[in-house]
Design a protein around this ligand. Structure first.
Ligand code: PBG
Length: 331
């Protein structure tokens, strides 16, 4: 017979009651682990449902204070804002990104004026503003130009910081942009504005509903593989993260979330910076579809997937399920 420590060791003892399970739990989900992405639309009194993201709507700026109050009351520390720019304001050089009165800036001001103790994170990338839906400006062959784009991204980050953004989050994957944005922020006196770098962002099939939400899906020419990471690569993500930290990122992000949990775990184990995961739109849609089909129970799927990010070492998660998850946690 095989020598074993049984029955001295019975793993089930520590699972035998709810209080025992609670007591030995290694990880716990808290509302402060959640960052809530919100989509913004032009207009008044607008709440526009997004078909591919059931349960998520775009809100007009006048409806944002109530959303921010909801976040505060639920204990969600931070909101991430994404604008749906009207088509006539999208252009080849994305000038609207630099308009200090654009949708995102009005949204930032509204939230900071009404609920100042909720953090505001803004995306630094040109895809809501370019005519072709790319994150940067393109040359005649449709290639995204790194250095020209980087210069515009610095200005975009400064416009957002000027409007009151607490965290700017470059999601564009241009090389060298974190250092350039940090320099710009310091130069303009925004030394407390933090940078959360979308450090390891993959060219993923999971972004479809997001592109519907910001209105760029139909516009996108080609794909983003020339700047976002190849899903085949893992070690490259560590290099991306190291570069962004060296350039001055305060926090880093891995995106998408669940299919890249190995990357989250490797980054969190390797570096001493807060690491976030973005459970993206396609992941949200999959959970909703599974729940709608009766294949799983929504609340349990949401809490289990979010907890898995904590177990992998993430400090927090960007998720469209943030309000639901916070309500479930708060009980
Ligand atoms: C754009 C951006 C994207 C997301 C966040 N910022 C889409 C993309 O890169 O095409 C995706 C988020 C999601 O799918 O929920 N820079």
């Amino acid at each position: 017979m095989v020598k074993t420590s049984f029955p001295a060791t019975r793993m089930r003892r520590c699972r035998s009651s709810a209080w025992m399970r609670n007591m030995v739990a290694e990880h716990r989900l808290h509302p402060s682990d959640l960052i809530w992405p919100l989509f913004i639309a032009e207009g008044q009194g607008e709440e526009q449902p997004i078909a591919t993201l059931p349960g998520v709507s775009r809100f007009s700026v006048d409806r944002l204070a109530e959303q921010a109050r909801q976040a505060r009351d639920l204990g969600i520390p931070c909101i991430a804002l994404f604008p749906n720019t009207p088509p006539n304001l999208r252009s080849e050089r994305a000038e609207e990104a630099l308009n200090p009165d654009n949708l995102i800036c009005r949204a930032i001001k509204t939230i900071k004026d009404s609920v100042p103790d909720v953090g505001v994170l803004t995306d630094v990338a040109l895809d809501p503003y370019t005519a072709d839906g790319h994150d940067g400006i393109t040359d005649a062959q449709g290639r995204v130009l790194n250095d020209e784009t980087k210069t515009i991204l610095v200005e975009q980050a400064l416009v957002q910081a000027g409007a009151g953004a607490d965290i700017v989050a470059p999601s564009d994957m241009m090389d060298g942009r974190v250092a350039a944005i940090r320099d710009g922020l310091e130069r303009e006196g925004h030394c407390d504005v933090a940078i959360m770098a979308y450090a390891a962002k993959y060219a993923s099939a999971f972004y479809g509903p997001f592109r519907d939400a910001v209105g760029s899906r139909g516009l996108l020419k080609g794909d983003k593989r020339g700047y976002q990471m190849d899903p085949a690569n893992g070690s490259e993500a560590l290099r991306e993260v190291a570069l962004d930290i060296a350039e001055g990122a305060d926090m880093v992000m891995v995106k998408p979330g669940l299919p890249y949990l190995d990357i989250v775990a490797r980054v969190a184990a390797e570096y001493r910076v807060p690491t976030f995961a973005y459970q993206v739109s396609g992941e949200y849609a999959m959970i909703e579809a599974a729940a709608a089909a009766g294949a799983g129970e929504r609340d349990a799927l949401v809490l289990e997937t979010l907890l898995s990010f904590k177990r992998a070492g993430a400090r927090g998660v960007l998720t469209y399920h943030a309000p639901l998850a916070a309500r479930l946690i708060n009980g």
